[in-house]
Design a protein around this ligand. Structure first.
Ligand code: FES
Ligand code: FE
Length: 450
């Protein structure tokens, strides 16, 4: 007998989540509709499509989409499948083009998604006059546009659901932490440059394990012990980071959460720990920190390290600023993507150091993320068997010990080691899975809805 969603996710009483949700094909199909078909999904950064007619191939759930900037400079998110007979239209990762011409029968689409209507030209509908007798309604057969697209400080978000709340409501006060990653060092919004391209790799693991790790799993430090022990952290030596007083902070009604350090205003060693010894780089990041403290002061509860926006976007807020997001492939396979952001006008030496950090630290070739990937993949595999899939994962750590955060709406915090944020993530997941439309998904009142 199939378990109900409430039986699969019991984070508030028993503090457990059924292993089935990490391996079951039917639940995976349901997730594509209920979670990836409704939530706001991060699809890319405007820095990936800086010029008119630039494009970047992205995904929303298992659907391929193209993030484009049309010739007038407008951003679009288009379903990457030819409306004639389904051919995947754009097959290179990113580039610049006037039209996407289908390799199957030659229909051409402009970067705003319209079926090109330039009779007599090469890039058009081949045989429009002769084979179609000029009867094909070209206006009807443009690419499918994702109906909701919002750009927030350079990040591009999309939702398939017309009824989705505005992005700012969806983010709630988590927005403060997103700002922490996206604003220029002096607070100017956006202006980040994507350096070093997009890292992409596949993990033989369920997608949820990855944002869950970023949302608040400080307990897994033990996994990275070898990196710390032999002194091959991102700075090239020493520990991966030197931590201050860490806590997890959670927006339980939104399903978002972060890991950070207290207090916000103190200089923390993580800055120097991550960046080696180049004095110019050190000085740059010291100034970034000072400017943030001055600017954000009491608004910030913690100096953010890493966090997740439900369901699939995670990011590092302090230096380096990275966005890591996941695309589900199947119940037991996930594609991870990661970009690194630096201030556009940062000195070259700072950009170079960020690039080196990028290669040393993350992705399948990095020194740290490979540890995590092994955990996620083996945990998925070891939960797939007939017997093991009947068991539950344990999320009881710190259950009942959350405290409200007075200065933030709808926020709670817990200590350093707890599973508060993971519980919030799965509680939110359950809400999405049970709902038949956005109307049934609880949304807290926020200053944006009031
Ligand atoms: Fe694209 Fe036929 S499938 S033109
Ligand atoms: Fe890790």
């Amino acid at each position: 007998m199939k378990k109900s969603i409430d039986e699969l996710v019991d984070v508030d009483v028993e503090g457990v989540v059924a292993r089935e949700i990490f391996v079951d094909d039917e639940l995976f199909e349901q997730e594509l509709e209920h979670v990836f078909g409704r939530a706001w999904l991060f699809v890319g950064h405007v820095g990936l499509v800086p010029e008119p007619n630039d494009y970047f191939q992205s995904r929303m759930g298992t659907d391929p989409v193209i993030l484009t900037r049309d010739k007038a400079g407008e951003i679009h998110v288009l379903l990457n499948t030819c409306t004639h007979r389904g051919m995947k239209l754009c097959r290179s990762d990113q580039g610049n083009t006037r039209t996407f011409t289908c390799p199957y029968h030659g229909w051409s689409f402009s970067t705003d998604g319209r079926l090109v209507d330039r009779p007599g030209e090469l890039y058009n509908v081949p045989g429009y006059d002769t084979h179609y007798h000029s009867e094909l309604d070209k206006k009807k057969w443009g690419l499918i546009s994702v109906p909701r697209v919002e750009i927030y400080k350079g990040t591009v978000w999309a939702s398939w659901d017309e009824e989705a709340p505005p992005l700012l409501d969806y983010l709630g006060d988590m927005r403060l932490y997103l700002d922490y990653a996206l604003d220029y060092r002096d607070g100017r919004p956006g202006g980040a440059e994507v350096i070093g391209g997009v890292q992409k790799w596949r993990v033989q693991a369920n997608w949820k394990m990855i944002p869950e790790n970023f949302i608040g799993d400080l307990y897994h430090d033990v996994s990275h012990r070898s990196v710390d022990a032999v002194g091959i952290g991102p700075s090239g030596k020493g520990r991966r980071d030197s931590f201050g007083n860490r806590i997890t902070l959670c927006f339980p009604e939104h399903g978002h959460g972060v890991i950070g350090q207290l207090p916000f205003h103190e200089e923390y060693d993580g800055v120097s720990g991550n960046w080696g010894e180049n004095p110019e780089v050190q000085e740059y990041y010291r100034k970034v920190h000072e400017s943030r403290v001055e600017r954000l002061g009491d608004d910030m509860r913690v100096a953010m390290s890493v966090g997740t926006i439900f369901p699939s976007m995670s990011f590092h807020g302090r230096q380096p600023r990275t966005i890591a997001w996941v695309h589900p492939i199947s119940a037991t396979e996930t594609e991870m993507w990661r970009i690194f952001l630096v201030d556009e006008d940062a000195p070259e030496v700072v950009k170079d150091e960020a690039r080196r950090y990028y290669m040393r630290y993350s992705g399948p070739g990095g020194l740290t993320e490979s540890d995590d990937m092994e955990n996620w993949a083996y945990a998925t595999r070891a939960s797939k068997g007939w017997r093991s899939r009947q068991l539950f994962f344990n999320y009881q750590m710190g259950l009942g010990h959350a405290r409200p955060v007075p200065e933030l709406d709808n926020a709670v915090e817990n200590g350093e080691f707890n599973e508060e944020n993971a519980r919030a993530f799965y509680r939110r997941w359950a809400q999405f899975m049970k709902a038949s439309s956005w109307k049934e998904i609880p949304m807290p009142e926020s200053e944006h809805t009031r």
